[in-house]
Design a protein around this ligand. Structure first.
Ligand code: FAD
Length: 288
């Protein structure tokens, strides 16, 4: 099933994100966590690729396993910045052989151990997208940043580069997380003004602990609205209360987005099945 067809379908689409193990040592426990999320039956599951810089040996195997056992459509992530063209081709061959139809094509971030001689390097996700398009057969998605990518000079340039990605063959975009829906609505307006017409899946992160949010803000520069800060101040030191408040906050964001006809929501569930389950249960009637 192609993700673009799910997003363009009649009912709103809900997806969850899982990440594969970094090493074989914790393969079993991570696979079990991802299975619990797959068992919830979301419209699709996205499986990350070596987030934080490295490549990932397990994205394809976890994706193939979930697809086969739970018949859930998979959106496998693939980043290019630390790979050679040959390495990317190998990954695409492996995805094709595993029956993976959907790929989120990313640049990624430079790994600490990337060799310095980089004549073979990719520079931007648009190069990967172009290559995948000529490889053929995949439904291709890309990333976008309602508060601009941290490296971009300004939002006008960032959106111009986003347009290049879409022109290269990206059929839908998924946003970086945001905690104020007005940021998404403003971005959507600007993106449409720039002639980008593909669906923009809204990425929502249920924040369940304070450490996690501090790291996210450091890495992505995501703005925290005052309403959200009060919640962190009040419940941050009580894990169970923080988890409940974070899930309710994310659920309210999602309800507002769906009420405004956003066609698809992606939840950064990070292998946390109980968070995914509670979000899904909060939306059970709304998503019908
Ligand atoms: P690009 O689209 O290439 O953009 C990167 C920067 O380059 C932007 O500032 C853009 O404006 C600029 N740019 C683009 N084209 C040009 C050009 N021609 N000239 C000059 N500047 C240009 N990372 C992982 O490692 N694994 C994952 O699984 C993963 N999943 C993600 C999922 C989502 C939904 C999102 C939003 C991000 C994800 N990331 C992941 C993080 C992502 O890899 C980083 O944010 C990375 O820094 C940028 O990747 P990109 O594909 O958006 O890059």
């Amino acid at each position: 099933m192609r993700v673009i067809d799910l997003i363009r379908g009649e009912k709103p689409c809900l997806s969850f994100e899982v990440f594969p193990p970094k090493t074989s040592a914790n393969y079993q426990s991570i696979q079990e966590a991802t299975e619990k999320i797959a068992a919830l039956g979301p419209d699709f599951i996205s499986v990350t690729y070596g987030a934080g810089g490295g490549t990932s040996d397990y994205t394809v195997s976890i994706s193939a396993h979930l697809q086969e056992k739970y018949h859930v459509p998979i959106l496998a992530h693939l980043s290019c910045i630390n790979s050679s063209h040959e390495g990317v081709k190998k990954q695409l061959d492996a995805m094709r052989a595993a029956g993976i139809e959907n790929v989120l094509a990313l640049r990624g971030d430079v790994a600490a151990d990337r060799p310095p001689d980089g004549s073979w390097y990719y520079h931007y996700a648009s190069e990967l997208i172009r290559e995948m398009k000529s490889y053929g057969g995949f439904c291709i998605g890309g990333a976008c940043y309602p508060e601009s990518h941290p490296e971009s000079k300004n939002q006008v340039e960032d959106i111009a580069h986003l347009r290049e990605k879409v022109d290269a063959g990206c059929e839908f975009l998924t946003t970086q997380m945001f905690f104020d829906n007005n940021i998404y609505y403003n971005f959507l307006y600007k993106v449409r003004e720039a002639g980008i017409t593909v669906p923009i899946v809204a990425g929502i992160m249920p924040v369940t602990n304070v450490k996690q949010i501090k790291r996210i803000v450091e890495l992505s520069g995501t703005a925290l609205p005052q309403r959200f800060r009060y919640l962190l101040d009040r419940f941050g030191s009580t894990p169970a209360a923080m988890k409940q408040a974070g899930i309710i906050y994310a659920s309210e964001q999602i309800i507002d987005l769906l009420a405004n006809d956003v066609p698809a929501i992606h939840v950064y569930s990070m292998n946390n099945a109980s968070v995914a389950e509670q979000i899904q249960s909060n939306l059970s009637e709304i998503l019908k």
